[in-house]
Design a binder for this molecule. Structure first.
Ligand code: GDP
Length: 514
């Protein structure tokens, strides 16, 4: 990475419903970017990586990706940082956090299925943060729904303007290529597998097409808004590409669009207003912490989204949670092929920082220690469980494990004021399986998870007097989180509302920002 400008960075994520083709598209993007050389590498590599760690067996068994990773590739002078978001709905919390670290997103839709539940959920997160979206309608080499039906569904379901940039000339058995409106050329299939191998021909016009198809193409070309950069950047309009990740159609156009239109690193919200990428000092925030990427080391990797400045290896940065500087000697950029030591990094880049638990999700890192980024929430857990030790002498190990795993964002942990039974909270069931499995594999702690007498939790804030008054009445429902902040453990949503009304001096919050 030798470039010294952040304007050539495109930091993005792919959002999709499982099976829409995210993995296949990722692989093709990396191939085009010259980051990998063999088709099939992404999944093969993924499997090799998964097999290395016990707890990752879960994702193997269930065929889903629990972990996020970062892939960097370069094309024509632009550096693309692709952040992988776990596709499974159980891991929405992790996914939300990853989406705070990108400047734009590519939404992959299956041409036969349209908008699916997970696509919609992820889209809503993007909308909350006005993340601009490019749409890729995938699998046009197979039978799909009529083009206008798909376009209208995206527009209606997501309340977005859609601006088609091309159209497949037939789908399924009738597929003869993908027309690109801007260049008026058709990407043609070649060979027995009908792949796109780079052959483009001038479009011969609608006259050469069967009547119905000609009509459909004309509708797609003329019946929708033209592309508008500002509307796209505001998250009000999405350009739509049709293609086939499997057969390589539309991928070239997609990369070019990300390069041309997707925003370079955006300013990030902080307590003192937005921090621009042009700010001199190096700043960034931790959006993810992952342990045991290498089982020989008990290291964790904290993923920092760089917001400003030029990072150099060995540089000293101060994490907001620690208050004293750390030297970042072995930063890692995650390339598709290898981990590579980064010498410098720019705004928009993701840096992996090995550490022993000092860095936590939500931490800001900066040279001055004067910046505090905001907007990386913890979400109120929807599932709460009591942790019951199989061997009661292992309390200390359990406490350490729960502290570690909550710091990583795998679970949230609550220590009730009364009683010795600690409570874990998650937003999805799968996190519980991961917890039990990791307790055993990494901490040698056998534990059962039993139903907790609570349904949800709220962080409470208020004056000391108000908190004390509340505590006097509700001690059995009080706990502290890992940071020692007070939490109200509620028996039901009704309970939350009731207490919130009864205690107007306190705020009951479903998210907590660090
Ligand atoms: P993910 O779950 O979103 O990562 O989806 P995958 O990339 O694993 O793809 C799911 C399935 O759809 C796999 O069997 C792929 O081979 C297949 N697939 C992906 N893209 C295409 C495509 O463009 N055309 C066809 N026919 N199949 C595709």
């Amino acid at each position: 990475m030798t470039s010294t400008v952040s304007g050539n960075r495109r930091t993005f994520a792919i959002i999709s419903h499982p099976d829409a083709g995210k993995t296949t598209l990722t692989e093709k993007l990396l191939l085009q970017g010259g980051a990998i050389h063999l088709a099939g590498e992404v999944k093969a590599r993924g499997q090799a990586r998964r097999a290395r760690s016990d707890w990752m067996k879960i994702e193997q068994q269930r065929g889903i990706s629990v972990t996020s990773s970062v892939m960097t590739f370069e094309k024509d002078g632009t550096v693309f940082n692709l952040l992988d978001t776990p596709g499974h709905e159980d891991f929405s919390e992790d996914t939300y956090r990853t989406l705070t670290a990108v400047d734009s997103a590519v939404m992959v839709i299956d041409a036969a299925k349209g908008i699916e539940p997970q696509t919609r959920k992820l889209f809503e997160v993007c909308r909350l943060r006005s993340v601009p979206i490019i749409t890729f309608v995938n699998k046009v080499d197979r039978e799909g729904r009529p083009l206008t039906e798909i376009l209208d569904e995206v527009a209606d379901a997501l309340a977005l303007d859609v601006s088609p940039q091309g159209a497949p000339l037939g789908m399924g058995g009738l597929f003869t290529g993908v027309l690109d409106f801007a260049s008026d050329t058709v990407a043609k299939p070649d060979g027995g597998s009908k792949e796109y191998l780079g052959r483009r021909e001038p479009f011969e016009g609608l006259d050469g097409l069967p009547g119905e198809l000609a009509e459909e193409i004309e509708l797609v070309r003329e019946g929708y808004p033209a592309f508008d950069l500002e509307a796209y950047r505001n998250g009000d309009l999405t350009p739509v590409f049709f293609g086939s990740a499997l057969k390589n159609f539309g991928v070239e156009e997609l990369i070019a669009a990300i390069d041309r239109w997707a925003p370079p690193p955006r300013p990030q919200p902080s307590e003192d207003g937005p921090v621009a990428p042009t700010r001199d000092e190096v700043t960034g925030f931790i959006f993810k912490v992952q342990a045991n990427m290498d089982p020989n080391h008990r290291d964790r990797i904290a993923f920092m989204r760089q917001v400003s400045g030029t990072f150099r290896r060995g540089m000293k940065l101060t994490p907001s949670g620690l208050g004293k500087p750390i030297a970042v000697h072995s930063p890692i950029l995650f390339f598709a092929q290898d981990r590579e030591i980064a010498d410098t990094a720019q705004a928009g880049d993701i840096i992996g920082i090995p550490n022993h638990g000092t860095l936590r999700v939500g931490d800001t890192l900066s040279e001055s220690n004067k910046v505090r980024f905001t907007g990386l929430p913890n979400f109120a857990p929807e599932i709460l469980r009591r942790v019951v030790l199989k061997d009661p002498t292992k309390t200390k190990q359990l406490r350490k494990a729960l502290d570690d795993l909550s710091e990583e964002g795998v679970i949230q942990v609550f220590y009730p004021e009364f009683g010795a039974q600690w409570i874990v909270g998650v937003v999805g069931q799968l996190q519980l399986d991961v917890l039990v499995s990791r307790l055993e594999a990494e901490y040698k702690v056998g534990a059962n998870l039993e139903p907790a007498p609570f349904a949800t939790a709220r962080w409470i804030k208020g004056s000391d007097a108000a908190l004390k008054a509340f505590a006097d009445f509700n001690r059995a429902n009080l706990a502290t989180d890992r940071d020692g902040d007070p939490v109200f453990m509620a028996k039901s949503a009704w309970d939350v509302n009731y207490q919130a009304e009864k205690n107007p001096d306190l705020t009951f919050s479903a998210t907590k920002e660090r």
